[in-house]
Write a protein that binds this ligand. Structure first.
Ligand SMILES: Cc1ncc(COP(=O)(O)O)c(C=O)c1O
Length: 373
């Protein structure tokens, strides 16, 4: 079986976690690893402050809360994303307004944002999907012109850049995930990064039950979203390897591109000339010229021991969002098509050229099997 993903955990991470445990860093309240990880990761993103939490979902949740988004506000977000992006709006009682995808990059289509803005619009949450960045220079212009807050969802884009500038360094806040399959991982985990000292302070309160003085009197209804010290120690060890992890992803993508380029009906990932794609996952879209549909290809690959995953079900098709008060029925035909025809292939950085070739040859065989029908 060639798995869809495998984390890059080595002896360095194991030693770092053990050392943190020996120092007693078992909680989210004690030890230097958390502040070290926050400082180093924020610096990696080109930001002043990092607030580590226990998931990317939690990072998005407190970022939306810290921005003061609430009752009945609307948040424009990528239609094609993980449900966590929309949950951040939902659990803050705000309404998600899905923005359909671009055919080429699969990110939200910037031309569609302004026609969707209403009196209630407060923020945009762009997702850098599968590691290809959104054109943040253009998005920030749109946001500034319309006085909208920007919170980047960088769960899939650690290290991806726009005209040489890091994703995560553009919006008022940016949220990362360190879940097991992310570019770097702490098992479970996340972080919000920002340059705003007051927002950073609010995020710290929201993460930690809003403890203040006197200790057990709480001014805010907050959360326990703390990351543990030993997870942060693992994050620091991973961060040291991030350059080589991204290089391996980009090598894997270049190899797939080479082997897949002549197969009819297979759309491979974009890389715009202003973008550095980190290829969190190597995704493809199956078009009719391929002969077999996406589900048929998934089945064909699975029979050959090759694991895959579909694209996300878009936010315009999520039952609980559709029944939320204030829901706006925005058609998203491109995101719908990606959900039907998109999949991602095994994307672990450690895959050998031979294994990538085997995946590509199996896709070629799936295509040829249709020509014989
Ligand atoms: C785009 C996106 N946003 C948010 C999340 C949520 O992160 P987590 O799983 O760490 O809660 C994920 C992935 O898991 C994601 O892919």
């Amino acid at each position: 079986m060639i798995p869809v993903f495998e984390p890059e955990i080595g002896e360095e991470e194991i030693a770092a976690v053990v050392a943190a445990l020996r120092r007693g860093e078992i909680s989210g309240s004690f030890g230097k690893s958390i502040t070290d990880f926050e400082e180093h990761f924020a610096a990696f993103c080109g930001r002043k402050y990092g607030i580590a939490v226990n998931s990317g979902t939690a990072a998005l949740h407190i970022a939306v809360a810290a921005a003061g988004i609430g009752d009945g506000d609307e948040v424009l977000l990528s239609a094609s994303t993980n449900i966590a992006t929309a949950l951040a709006a939902y659990h803050n009682r705000a309404v998600s307004v899905p923005v359909d995808s671009e055919v080429e990059t699969w990110n939200l289509n910037l031309d569609l944002i302004e026609p969707l803005i209403s009196q209630r619009s407060r923020a945009i949450l762009p997702v850098h999907l599968y590691g290809h960045p959104v054109d943040m220079d253009r998005l920030m212009e749109i946001a500034q012109r319309n006085k909208l807050i920007v919170i980047e969802d960088c769960a899939e884009s650690h290290g991806a850049t726009v005209r040489g500038r890091m994703t995560g360094s553009f919006g008022q806040m940016a949220c990362f995930s360190f879940y097991a399959n992310k570019i770097i991982t702490t098992g479970e985990g996340g972080m919000v990064v920002t340059d705003d000292a007051a927002i950073a302070e609010k995020l710290r309160l929201l993460r930690n039950l809003a403890f203040s003085k006197p200790r057990f009197q709480h001014l805010l209804p907050a959360f326990n979203f703390r990351m543990t010290g030993f997870q942060a120690a693992m994050g620091l060890a991973q961060l040291k390897k991030i350059k080589s992890i991204i290089e391996a992803k980009r090598r894997l993508a270049a190899t797939y591109n080479r082997y897949l380029k002549d197969i009819p009906g297979i759309q491979t990932p974009a890389q715009k000339d202003w973008a550095l794609n980190v290829y969190w996952m190597y995704a493809i879209v199956v078009h009719p010229q391929f002969g077999l549909d996406r589900d048929g290809l998934i089945e064909f690959l699975a029979k050959s021991g090759i694991e895959t995953r579909t694209f996300f079900c878009p936010m315009n098709q999520q039952p609980f969002l559709r029944s939320q008060s204030g829901y706006r029925d925005v058609p998203c035909p491109v995101a719908d098509q990606l959900w039907k025809d998109g999949l991602y292939l095994p994307s672990a950085g450690r895959l050998t050229e031979r294994e990538i070739q085997q995946v590509a040859e199996t896709i070629q065989k799936a295509h040829e099997s249709q020509r014989r029908v």
